[in-house]
Design a protein around this ligand. Structure first.
Ligand code: PMP
Ligand code: GLN
Length: 385
């Protein structure tokens, strides 16, 4: 292939390959236990696999409607109303999309203009800033307070300028494993009341909240729901990260703009997967039991690392456990994560990659969406360090 010779002003000059790809590849190369990238090492429910096969074999293999098949939009709206008390109209306010990452990118592309500012919290999930930059806008950051990763709402108030067009929030949060409280969302509601700022609320871990707490969705707060695009993903909820199907919810004025971009990008989402999910969603227990399922895994992993020199930070939601390694090493987290993968056979994610400038604290993120055998072997390695 001949090379491209012309000047190429990259729209994302500092972006390389994502840390998830880098660490999973390194783990595979070194046959390491992979607790880095967030995905289950166990399969989804056999019923869900059978439903997908059923719809593929029954010929549901052509384009779905642009917004998603109606039975799935209805099932999503019914679930959201039952859990968060807000009614979204499946016709105009619910859209099925190829994953949450896509939904976030689409929301930014549809609503953010060059020169706008978008408020992010740091550490920030890695896809947020590039989505903002491709749109020609500027990310502005508010730091979460270490070690509890709480939000300083006064700092948020101060960070808002007349150029702030959007804010992206994420609860339960990746990579910090924290959750926002009802009080947090009331603070946010108050701060945004007099503004036209749109909130993109990444709630892909909505069903994975621990210790008896409830997920607080922006959908439950009228002053937030009226300005928010809520994003979720079936990948986390049903152990099918490879299916890449999620959804967005928003008031119809915002959703109309979202769909304008969606219809010229993916246009539609995989049809048979949507039919399978619509039928599977009738089983409420599958998502209502998810928190207990993952809490057990969190506790199993915590028990396993209890005798190690790593210090666990609280994991209140998601399927991630952060471990502070102050007592283990003074290496940079990026160096340590690579060395542990190569030399000790365990892969994790260095949390500093979610910051622009590496912070002083030393934390690695471990994914516990794994079988007990994998978690036990991982914990055993950590105990020897
Ligand atoms: N947001 C967060 C916070 C995530 O952790 C992930 C992936 N795990 C996504 C979005 C992307 O979800 P999807 O695979 O549906 O694009
Ligand atoms: N969200 C997953 C994680 O945080 C990975 C998704 C991806 O690889 N882009 O590990």
């Amino acid at each position: 292939m001949p090379a491209y010779h012309h000047p190429l002003a990259s729209k994302l000059p500092t972006v390389g390959t994502t840390i998830f790809t880098v660490m999973s590849r390194l783990a595979a190369e070194h046959h390491a236990i992979n607790l880095s990238q967030g995905f289950p090492d166990f399969d989804c429910a056999p019923e869900l696999r059978a439903l997908l096969a059923k719809y593929v074999n029954a010929g549901f293999n052509q384009y779905a409607p642009m917004a998603g098949i109606l039975p799935l939009r209805e099932a999503i709206a019914a679930k959201v109303e039952a859990l968060y008390g807000t009614s979204y109209d499946p016709e105009h306010e619910v859209t099925v999309v190829p994953g949450a990452t896509y939904a976030i990118f689409t929301a930014v592309a549809a609503l953010v203009r060059p020169g706008d500012e978008v408020l992010l919290f740091e550490p920030a999930y890695d896809s947020y800033a590039p989505a903002v930059e491709v749109a020609g806008a500027r990310p502005q950051y508010v730091q979460l307070r270490y070690p509890d990763y709480s939000i300083d709402w006064d700092a948020v108030q101060r960070a808002i300028t007349p150029r702030t067009r959007m804010m992206i929030i994420n609860t339960p949060n990746n990579p910090t494993a924290t959750v926002l409280s009802g009080e947090d969302l009331r603070m946010l509601e108050g701060i945004l009341r007099a503004t036209g700022i749109v909130v993109v609320s990444d709630e892909v871990y909505e069903h994975i909240v621990f210790d008896g707490h409830r997920h607080q969705s922006v959908a439950s707060f009228p002053g937030l729901a009226e300005r928010s695009i809520v994003v979720s993903s079936f990948g986390k909820t049903y152990h099918v990260t490879g299916w890449k199907v999620g959804y967005a919810l928003a008031p119809r004025e915002l959703m109309a703009e979202f769909r304008k971009v969606h219809q010229f990008n993916a246009f539609v989402t995989n049809s048979p997967v949507q039919y399978a999910l619509a039928e599977y969603m009738q089983n409420r227990d599958a998502y209502l039991s998810l928190a207990a399922f993952y809490q057990k895994k969190r506790d199993y992993f915590l028990e396993g690392v209890g005798a190690s020199r790593f210090r666990p930070l609280p994991s209140r939601g998601t399927f991630f456990q952060n471990l502070c390694y102050d007592a283990v090493s003074d290496e940079r987290d990026t160096d340590l994560a690579i060395r542990l993968t190569r030399e000790r056979g365990i892969a994790s994610i260095p949390v500093s990659v979610f910051y622009r400038e590496p912070p002083a604290h030393r934390v690695l993120r471990f994914c516990f969406a794994k079988s007990e055998d994998t978690l036990a072997r991982g914990a055993e390695i950590l105990c020897r360090l």
